[in-house]
Design a protein around this ligand. Structure first.
Ligand code: AMP
Ligand code: GLY
Length: 428
């Protein structure tokens, strides 16, 4: 099979590593890719949001399967454009990608499918939104309806913060048109987990659960990021809870999407809060998570490629994936300043030594190669993954590998997995 992966992050490097091992693969392309994916396939200089360019490439190169990493090309309709060319795409149509592209749409589907989720209302007018938060009080969560590069959510602890968020998103148009509509919802509390399933429109195969570390600083402090590290399995995600998430969140969402004529195919990512009375949906994403993908895929023993093909042709019911029962931890190395302004161009040493440690996987994200070696070229630069028998060992191994990497401008959180280890439920 000739496969094209779209994207350039650690997630896409992890997907490429997995696909590259498949005996069914004949050629692998990654657009635009990074120096990590360049060692597994051919990088193609087409940006992830250039839908027309990607489709033209897939047609010219007779690609059999396209795997989009990020949400932007999916929301922009790449699966529809590929379908028109008879090219399989492991990702949802633009209509189905609205599960991530519009918070209001995903809340409507949640209500339709009776999925437990935070109480919510949507607003197209700032004044009504300001009045509403005065009525219901804080804490409260303010969300831009559309895609806002992961920055469209404010968990407001006070009414002042809530009013400021409404003003910033709706009146000052901080996220442009994405903020023309707001969803305001009840603030949930509990442990948050990310649950992943591969879907073919009707069937869902569980891909694992992870705990992300979203804040930039140790102890969950500072601004939100794309994700500073992840662990799997989270000790809070007992088999009973996972089965509850599959039956009360994932499968009802698939059934509701199919019933309205927009079946969901591809990776479905449910952000879930484990509340006292059970799991509640925080949001859907229509793609794999990053760094969750780098954390889960190293645990997969089966060939991923046939499962991805099955997701595109409705045959997932026949697929069983085997996983090791090891634990996995990923530490993300970022450029100093991230998620604010940061410098690029610093040289990174020690990558090969780190990757040689048994159990360690080094995934590239914001890197670039030049004659002298590998240079930093982004905010999240490397995802350092390790697998081991216990979570404590996996975390220790990931930090050992991090210690081998010599990059003057880099930093990482020092407490990835600490809360999970201290939860005292490991191994369960
Ligand atoms: P999102 O962009 O929807 O992933 O939201 C970003 C983060 O905001 C989530 O991962 C949660 O940590 C938090 N969040 C979103 N919605 C809620 C909610 N209703 N209650 C509490 N936290 C939330
Ligand atoms: N790590 C969270 C995400 O990929 O959205």
């Amino acid at each position: 099979m000739r496969v094209l992966i779209i994207g350039s992050g650690g997630r896409e490097h992890a997907l490429a590593s997995c696909i590259a091992r498949s005996p069914r693969l004949s050629a692998l392309f990654v657009a635009p890719g990074n120096p990590g994916t360049a060692s597994l396939g051919q990088n193609i200089p087409i940006r992830a949001h250039d839908v027309a360019g990607l489709v033209a490439f897939a047609r010219a190169e007779k690609i059999d399967l396209v795997i989009p990493g990020p949400e932007a090309p999916l929301v922009a309709g790449i699966a529809d454009a590929l379908a028109a060319e008879n090219i399989a795409c492991c990702g949802p149509s633009a209509m189905a990608a609205q599960l991530e592209g519009s918070k209001r749409f995903s809340k409507e589907i949640a209500d339709l499918a009776k999925i437990p989720t935070a109480a919510w209302q949507s607003f197209t007018d700032a004044e009504t939104a300001h009045d509403y938060v005065e009525d219901v009080g804080a804490p409260i969560v303010i969300k831009a309806d559309g895609l806002a590069a992961g920055k469209g959510v404010v968990v407001a602890q006070t009414l002042d913060d809530a009013h400021a968020a409404i003003t910033a998103i709706m009146e000052d148009k901080l996220h442009g048109e994405a903020g023309a509509q707001l969803v305001i919802e009840e603030c949930l509390t509990g442990e948050e987990i990310s649950v992943f399933a591969l879907c073919d429109g009707l069937n869902a195969v569980y891909l694992g659960a992870a705990a992300d570390h979203k804040r930039v600083g140790d102890g969950d402090t500072g601004p939100n990021t794309g994700g500073m590290g992840a662990i799997s399995p989270p000790p809070w995600a007992t088999p009973h809870i996972i089965s509850d998430v599959m039956t009360s969140i994932i499968r009802p969402a698939l059934a509701a999407m199919a019933a309205r004529g927009t079946p969901f195919r591809g990776f479905l990512f449910a952000g879930v809060m484990l509340e006292q009375d059970g799991p509640k949906l925080i949001e859907f994403n229509v793609r794999f998570g990053d760094p969750e993908c780098e954390t889960l895929l190293p645990l997969l023993q089966s060939d991923l490629l046939p499962a991805l093909v099955a997701a595109t042709n409705g045959t997932l019911a026949a697929i069983n994936l085997a996983w090791t029962d090891a634990a996995s931890a990923t530490v993300v190395m970022c450029a100093k300043g991230y998620p604010g302004a940061y410098a690029t161009g610093g040289e990174i040493f020690g990558l090969e030594e780190a990757a040689m440690i048994p159990g360690v996987n080094i995934f590239h994200a914001g890197t670039m190669a030049d004659q002298s070696g590998i240079l930093a070229n982004g905010g999240r630069v490397l995802a350092i993954n390790a697998t081991a028998a216990t979570l404590e060992e996996a975390v220790a191994l990931a930090y050992t590998a991090e210690g081998v990497i010599d990059w003057a401008d880099g930093f990482c959180r020092r407490d990835i997995g600490r809360r999970a280890i201290f939860a005292g439920k490991w191994p369960s």
